[in-house]
Ligand binder design. Structure first.
Ligand code: GLU
Length: 484
């Protein structure tokens, strides 16, 4: 790397499924590193696996990254000097580099069929040995090759891995070494002409002038192979930094069997992007409680790779929900209201026709009681007559004569206080306290049950203020008319 140049990092997802939060965390680390150092963040789509790649996954991926506010400087839709940014559009480049490896004797054609490789793998596993290619095609004669070609076999190309150690320095983990014998001769280009991950990755990281490769520690052994390719192609390797992975509570790698793992799922559950990226950024780091709520600016300012932690970080969904609730409480009301709209519509609430200021007042009244955006609709039901009902607990409260007496008195006080102004509820409550001869729960529970239809929920004062005098009087009237 040219030390004077600005860092260039990349996120290189394979679009074979929804964006996993572990990969989102890798993207976030790269983005934070780029923004912290004033470098560039590049998005490269590793879509060489034709069978598993789908356009919809690419579209979703871009959308998820945008949702997390991880903007890229170069990428499939932001062409820079090093494009194209989809590997499927770079096949000529891989072909050229393969030719160089063939020419210099670093790779050899391998004609082994899938079934033969599978049998070799199974045999090694049965002997409790790590599966690797044992080198059957390493020493083929020209005649052997001709024979295979005549049989119609198309070769894959394998890298000739020398015995002995492969070293590299990792920015987070220090000196790393892998034994060449254990790695085995690995495939560089498959028999269908498609490059394997390690090869395409090295060609691209070099041509895209990537200075730092920041990725999960599950790629450490790939890095050893990639170092061999850098040497063979006479490229300077980038700096490598492998961060620890997200673990499930059972300390296994977090996977689908542990429940929600994709950014999309958390989004659908009403987690805010700020909360998710904040959580992913501090997960596994040594930040103290006080520092847990971090703006994106402070994350950028304070980012360092050391902070990402060397040990695996256990994912705690409850903690994410707790952080999300804090964001729900604190974020600007108009932004919050805009984010809530799709959740209300999902519940069949036609809210776009509503006055925005009124809707904001409703959101303000209930936000403290919600941990996720998905919690909001049920709290808002109280404001819509067609959705409002009295639950069993409320009905039980309202069967009591004393409770009904409190409700009646409150209604009468409201009716007597005309014209109603902003203070009407406060005044009537004060008068009610005096005249009803009860206070505390005996006073508030019947009112809450009557007005909201539940015995717990957001603050009653706020709900009444948002409902307004007329709607509250109507609710109380209905309660008095019905026999619960
Ligand atoms: N496509 C690879 C993956 O998603 C990229 C790994 C890398 O960053 O090199 O795991």
């Amino acid at each position: 790397m040219n030390e004077a140049a600005q860092p260039r990092v990349r996120f290189a997802p394979s679009p074979t499924g929804d964006l996993h939060i572990g990969n989102a965390r890798t993207a976030l680390f790269n983005w934070l590193f780029a923004r912290h150092t004033g470098g560039a963040f590049i998005l490269r789509i590793e879509d060489t696996d034709r069978d598993r790649t789908e356009d919809v996954f690419i579209a979703n991926l871009l959308e998820d990254l945008r949702w997390l506010s991880l903007d890229w400087d170069e990428g499939p839709d932001r062409v820079g000097a090093c494009g194209p940014y989809r590997q499927s559009e770079r096949l000529d480049l891989y072909r050229e580099h393969l030719a160089r490896l063939i020419e210099a004797g670093w790779v050899y054609p391998c004609y082994c069929a899938e079934a033969e490789l599978e049998a070799e793998r199974a045999a090694l596993l049965a002997r409790r040995m790590a599966p690797r290619y044992l080198g059957k095609c390493r020493q083929l004669t020209v005649a052997d090759r001709r024979r295979y070609e005549r049989e119609g076999r198309r070769p894959a190309y394998r890298f000739r891995v020398a015995e002995g150690p492969v070293y590299f320095t990792d920015l987070i983990r220090g000196e790393m070494s892998f034994q060449g014998e254990a790695l085995g001769d690995f495939i560089v280009v498959r028999s269908n002409g498609i490059p394997a991950y390690n090869f395409a990755c090295v060609v691209d990281d070099h041509l895209m002038a990537i200075s730092h490769v920041i990725r999960g520690e599950d790629h450490l052994s790939n890095t050893a192979l990639q170092c061999l390719l850098y040497r063979a192609l006479e490229f300077n390797p980038p700096v490598f930094a492998h961060h620890a992975l997200i673990l499930a509570p059972d300390r296994a790698k977090l996977g689908k069997r542990h429940g929600a793992v994709s950014v999309r799922t958390f989004r659908e559950r009403g987690i805010l992007p700020q909360a998710l990226s904040n959580y992913l950024a501090i997960l596994g780091s040594s930040l103290t409680e006080k520092q847990e709520i971090c703006t994106q600016e402070s994350l950028v300012r304070d980012f360092s790779l050391d902070r990402t932690g060397r040990g695996g970080a256990v994912f705690d969904e409850a903690k994410l929900a707790w952080l999300n609730a804090l964001y729900l409480k604190r974020m600007p009301l108009d932004d919050l209201t805009a984010r809530i709209l799709p959740f209300l519509e999902r519940e069949g609430m036609n809210v776009r026709r509503l006055d925005r200021r009124w809707l904001m007042a409703l959101v303000e009244a209930v936000r403290d009681n919600c941990a996720t955006l998905a919690d909001v609709p049920r709290h808002l039901n109280v404001f819509f007559d067609e959705r409002h009902t009295w639950n069993d607990a409320a009905r039980t409260v309202l069967t009591d004569d004393n409770a009904r007496r409190v409700v009646r008195l409150f209604r009468d006080l409201l009716l007597a206080d005309l014209p109603p102004d902003e203070q009407v509820f406060a005044r009537s409550l004060k008068a009610l306290r005096k005249q009803a001869g009860v206070k505390g729960r005996a006073l508030y529970l019947p009112l809450r049950a009557a007005v909201t239809g539940a015995t717990e929920g957001p603050e009653l004062d706020r709900i009444m203020a948002a409902l307004g005098w007329e709607a509250v009087v109507q609710r109380l009237d209905r309660v008095l008319r019905e026999s619960f």
